[in-house]
Design a protein around this ligand. Structure first.
Ligand code: ZN
Length: 135
């Protein structure tokens, strides 16, 4: 794994939570976009050595909506940057790690992403994240 790329945080209301990150914590927003494949609106915040990814569900069917319903707002996943996601997924599978998908899927910022099942990772939902264009 390369360094931690970002920490994903589930929020009910993007606008309200952005107020907190920008005005209370004094951080800056890098980008806001909608990621259809995951049914979420995403904001990346620059926390200098790592990014914070706010995830707001766009519908009840979004996995993030289900997460908030079950566990409330808060830390959802931790993402490791990787350089060859398909090879990395294969290696993890061979080591007995359960992945939530067989093929990487499109994530925010043009990245390819895959998730490791929390049951394989001592309770943490880890994301593998490969940037296909720039950082
Ligand atoms: Zn993420």
């Amino acid at each position: 794994m390369n360094k931690v790329d970002h920490i994903g945080i589930a929020v009910k209301n993007m606008e309200e939570s952005l107020e907190y990150y920008i005005h209370t914590l004094g951080l800056e927003v890098m980008a806001i976009e909608e990621v259809e494949s995951q049914g979420v609106k995403v904001a990346f915040i620059d926390a200098h050595n790592v990014k914070i990814e706010l995830l707001e569900p766009m519908s009840e069917a979004s996995p993030i909506a289900k997460f908030i319903e079950k566990r409330g707002e808060g830390v959802h996943h931790i993402a490791f940057g990787v350089s060859d996601i398909r090879t990395r997924m294969q290696e993890l599978k061979e080591k007995g790690v359960n992945l939530l998908q067989d093929e990487p899927k499109p994530g925010a910022g043009g990245a390819e992403v895959a998730f490791m099942h929390p049951k394989s990772s001592y309770g943490v939902l880890y994301e593998l994240c490969e940037k296909t264009k720039g950082e």
